[in-house]
Design a protein around this ligand. Structure first.
Ligand SMILES: Cc1cc2nc3c(=O)[nH]c(=O)nc-3n(C[C@H](O)[C@H](O)[C@H](O)COP(=O)(O)OP(=O)(O)OC[C@H]3O[C@@H](n4cnc5c(N)ncnc54)[C@H](O)[C@@H]3O)c2cc1C
Length: 329
C-alpha cells in the first residue's frame, strides 16, 4: 500500500488564517490536514491582543490556543512540519513536508504569512512582545500615557505608526537611516508635519537595544547622538521596516504575485491563479489590513472555496468512474 497520505484539503501554516480554514474545512466534513512547524504564527508572539472582537485583552498565545482547541474538537490532525514543496499531479497536488511526509491533496490552502524584516540586533527576538514590536497598528494603544516610544523605518507603515503612537505616548522618535523621507504618501507626510510630538531623527540607525530579560526593552542606542545623548530611554520600539510574504511555495506553483505589493494575488473567494490552490491571511493582497481578524476571515472564506473545489473534483471522478463502468460492459 502507498505511504502517501490522501487528504481533501491540505492547509499550510499554524496561524490565525490556517486554524480558521481548518475549522471551516472540518465543519464541511472534508478530510483535512494542517501542516506547520510552528504553532500560533505571529499572533502567538504578538503579546496582548486588544482588538480581537469578543476577546478583549487576551494574550496572543492564548487566543491561538483557543483557535486550535476549536479545530481539535473535530479531531483534525496537525503535522508539526512545514510544507517543503508542492506540485500539481493530475487531479491532485503532491506535497512534501520537511519531515519527508508525502501527501496528495485535492485542494491546498496556503496560510504561511510573512517574514518581518528585523534589525538583527542582540535581544531583538527575546524582547519581542516585551518592548519590541513589529506592528504599530496592533500595539500602539498599549503605550497610552507612556513617556516615549520609537519607530524605525521610512515608509508608509513607519509614518502611520509614528502618528498613531503620538496619540498615546508623550514623545515619539521616528528613526530613519536616510536624510529625507521620500517614500510615504504626501498626505501622511503632511499629517506627520502637523504632529508636534513626533521627532524625526534622520541619518540615524539603532545600534543597540538596552534592557534586560526581566524588564524587557528600556531604551536604545543610536548612531547619531540627539542633544549630545546616544542613548534614548523609551518604553517601546516599533520596527516598521517592512515584511516579505513567504513566496517559496507560491513560486513553486507559479501563482500570480501582485507586482505592487509582492503578495499572492487572490480574488474575493481567496482563489489564486491556480485552480485548487487558495491563499489566506498576511500572505495575500486580499486586504491591506493585516490583522488576526482579517486573517481568520480569509481562512474561513478560503475553506469554502477549497471545499467547493473538492466537491467538484470528486463529482467529476465519480462521473468518470460511472462512464468507465458503462463502457466496460
Ligand atoms: C508583534 C506583533 C503584534 C501583533 N499584534 C496584533 C494585534 O494586536 N492584533 C491583531 O489583530 N494583529 C496583530 N498582529 C498581526 C497578526 O499577528 C497577523 O496579521 C496574523 O498573525 C496573520 O495571520 P496569518 O495566519 O496570515 O499568518 P501568521 O500568523 O504569520 O502565520 C503563518 C504561519 O505559517 C507558518 N509557516 C511558514 N512557512 C511555512 C511553511 N512552508 N509550511 C507551513 N507553515 C509555514 C508559520 O510558522 C506560521 O505558523 C501582530 C503582529 C505582530 C508581528
Amino acid at each position: 500500500m502507498s505511504d502517501i497520505k490522501q487528504v481533501d484539503v491540505l492547509i499550510a501554516g499554524q496561524g490565525a488564517a490556517a486554524f480558521a480554514a481548518g475549522l471551516y474545512s472540518s465543519r464541511y466534513q472534508v478530510n483535512t490536514l494542517i501542516a506547520g512547524e510552528q504553532f500560533g504564527g505571529e499572533t502567538a508572539i504578538g503579546g496582548t491582543i486588544e482588538n480581537y472582537p469578543g476577546q478583549p485583552d487576551i494574550d496572543g498565545f492564548d487566543l491561538m490556543m483557543k483557535f486550535k482547541e476549536q479545530v481539535d474538537k473535530f479531531e483534525t490532525p496537525t503535522a508539526y512540519s512545514n510544507l517543503k514543496s508542492v506540485e500539481k499531479n493530475g487531479d491532485v497536488f503532491r506535497a512534501v513536508l520537511d519531515d519527508g511526509t508525502e501527501i496528495d491533496a485535492i485542494s491546498v490552502i496556503l496560510a504561511v504569512g510573512r517574514e518581518r524584516r528585523k534589525l538583527l540586533l542582540p535581544n531583538e527576538e527575546e524582547w519581542t512582545g516585551n518592548g519590541v514590536s513589529y506592528c504599530s497598528i496592533c500595539d500602539a494603544p498599549l503605550y497610552r500615557n507612556k513617556k516615549a516610544a520609537a519607530v524605525v523605518g521610512g515608509g508608509n507603515a513607519a509614518v502611520e505608526g509614528a502618528v498613531l503612537l503620538a496619540k498615546y505616548a508623550e514623545t515619539v522618535y521616528l528613526i530613519y537611516r536616510r536624510d529625507k523621507l521620500t517614500r510615504p504618501e504626501p498626505i501622511l507626510l503632511k499629517v506627520l508635519g502637523q504632529t508636534d510630538n513626533v521627532k524625526v531623527l534622520y541619518s540615524t540607525e539603532v545600534t543597540e537595544l538596552v534592557g534586560s530579560d526581566e524588564t524587557g526593552l528600556t531604551g536604545i542606542r543610536i548612531s547619531q547622538p540627539l542633544e549630545g545623548e546616544d542613548e534614548l530611554t523609551i518604553d517601546g520600539l516599533f520596527v516598521e521596516a517592512g515584511a516579505d510574504p513567504r513566496l517559496e511555495i507560491p513560486n513553486q506553483l507559479g501563482l500570480e504575485i501582485n507586482p505592487d505589493t509582492g503578495e499572492v494575488h487572490v480574488d474575493k473567494g481567496l482563489n489564486t491563479s491556480v485552480e485548487g490552490v487558495y491563499a489566506a491571511g498576511d500572505l495575500t493582497d486580499g486586504t491591506d489590513l493585516k490583522q488576526t481578524i482579517t486573517a481568520a476571515a480569509q481562512g474561513a472564506i478560503s475553506a469554502l472555496s477549497a471545499y467547493q473545489h473538492v466537491m467538484k473534483v470528486k463529482s467529476n471522478q465519480h462521473e468518470s468512474a460511472a462512464m468507465a463502468g458503462v463502457s466496460g460492459d
